[in-house]
Design a protein around this ligand. Structure first.
Ligand code: SF4
Ligand code: SF4
Length: 219
């Protein structure tokens, strides 16, 4: 899922300074889990905007706001409230914001910052695990990704700053190589580093914007 954080209300109000009436869009998927765009946060944002003198014309929470067609359908069902708004505030990741922008001819403002692709460790605890490099090699590292979990992306062993198992960039965090070797010991195997072409990443696979087009399976 995409981890997001809420923007400070001051920043949101600054971006909405020319809008008297605002329509809010949340997200029932990642932003709900991140507690940035679910039912509670949409209501809370509506109250804050009203306290600041804005008129909230309405709100919706699409199942997954990044789904352009579904979000568009929901927005069309709310076209009257949307039509009264001077701007649309979106509480979701940047993909959701842009999916809304593709569906409305109003200024669209982001209410969140997109942070990273994460696992959910437990409710309220998200951790980055993948930077979408386009060439997954975690099998060589026993299922632990050094590209995402080392601040330097070291794929060939710990850097010189490795200190008693901890990361030099963040001393509270285990070095990813500690995790890889602990797992190797547990599994009774060695990381398969020989076969990884270190330092030869195909950056073409990471060039933006990326897209994937495929024929959906119909069941
Ligand atoms: S190697 Fe790491 S960053 Fe790349 S796809 Fe796999 S998990 Fe994601
Ligand atoms: S100490 Fe380990 S995790 Fe931290 S930057 Fe160096 S190699 Fe990466």
């Amino acid at each position: 899922m995409t981890a997001t954080e809420a923007k400070a209300i001051e920043e949101v109000l600054e971006s909405l300074k020319d809008a008297e009436a605002v329509f809010i869009v949340g997200c029932g998927d990642c932003a709900t889990l991140s507690q940035t765009g679910g039912e509670f946060e949409v209501k809370e944002m509506a109250s804050k905007l009203e306290e600041a003198g804005k008129r909230v014309t309405g709100s919706v929470i699409p199942e997954s706001t990044c789904h352009i067609l579904d979000t568009g359908r929901l927005l069309r069902q709310n076209k009257e409230a949307l039509g009264q708004a001077d701007a649309v505030l979106v509480l979701s990741c940047g993909s959701g914001v842009q999916a809304v922008a593709e569906n409305v001819d109003r200024p669209v403002k982001p209410g969140c910052n997109s942070l990273f692709l994460s696992v959910v460790q437990r409710l309220g605890q998200l951790a980055e695990r993948c930077i979408c490099c386009g060439d997954c090699i975690v099998d060589h590292y026993l299922g632990i990704c050094p590209r995402a979990r080392c601040p330097k992306g070291q794929t060939s062993g710990p850097c010189g700053g490795y200190d008693q198992g901890k990361c030099e960039v963040n001393k509270d965090q285990d070095c990813v190589w500690t995790l890889i070797y602990q797992r190797a010991e547990k599994l009774g195997v060695q990381p398969d580093l020989e076969t990884v072409a270190t330092g030869e990443e195909d950056y073409q696979k990471q060039a933006h914007p990326r897209a994937r087009v495929f024929e959906p399976r119909r069941t």
